[in-house]
Design a protein around this ligand. Sequence first.
Ligand SMILES: [Ca+2]
Length: 358
Amino acid sequence: MVSGDGSVRSLALPSASSPGVTPARSSAASASAAVGAAVGAAALAVPALPAPDGRPLHLTTQEDLLALMPIRAYSDREIKRKGDPLEFLKKNVGPGSPARMNQGNPEIASHLISREQCLEGLRGVVLQTEEQRKICGADYMVPVYRKGDIARTKFCIDIFEFPNRPCELPFVWAGPTQARIYCEMQGKRLCAQEEWVQACRGDPEGKEDWLYAYGNELDLTICNTNKPARTYGEPVCDPDSVSSTWKTCHSNTEPAGSFPRCRSRFGVFDQHGNVAEAMVRFDPEEGGLVSQLKGSAFFYVDVARKHNERQKEGSRETYPDHCAHDPRWHVEPMATAWHVNYHLGFRCCKTVKPPADR
Ligand SMILES: [Ca+2]
């Protein structure tokens, strides 16, 4: 609705209450113990899993891709200042090209788990409780806090990689600068490294941090980190240019949440594996807010090493993947952080008032 300066209108884009969402059906008895303990409340799946609807897993139309991206209402003044978000999305989200955000090149991507199998694996799992929904004010987000005190919550984090939909493939081919815009379109923001790390290694009850989201021992089978490029990579990936990368490099992702054990104690999925994730980091030496690329992707088995192992001389470069690993890949000022890739996605966070201040 448009009615003058300062008014708010909803654009002709999918809303958060999209079709396919069915009434809650899980009970506290089937809840994840960790998440249930985190909120100390009767757990209820809010929202419930969507029902299978026959769409292909790898989405190949702009309409289907945009349907996964509900955006917030914009005022006329905001549209005048920032531009029309709908136009931005139409220009920057779509299939068939690395110039737009999508789910990769479907001609060469290898996905082993169907949407239906993924949904079956999550059946009975409480992804978000009513209390978590209330604190975060958005679907599929969980509060993250320190010292076991939920009243200290300062932010929430998406439980899945963007677009934060259970059992949908994560989006790739968006640079950090664009990722920040997409998060802001949803009333969120791109996660900061400190937040991402806390959501990965922390414990809602205030117990000791873990090295990995799932424990203290590296296990390449728990997350989507175990797809060697030589097995799932014909033709061989040639990352020489954006064009050659699109044509030859395989976005071998799986539906978000396909690996139920690949979940942090706060309830966040796929922080190891599937897609590496763009976030922001404050670095005074680099001039302020910079892009931080972090985490592993589906091919991590090829480059994996334990957190306490050293790089072997003369062999292929490897890197650790514990939550706190702090790489310096493609660091750029956030205003011009355009690095994109076939295995790079992102995740959104949201600042919230602590429950005690509501
Ligand atoms: Ca990931």
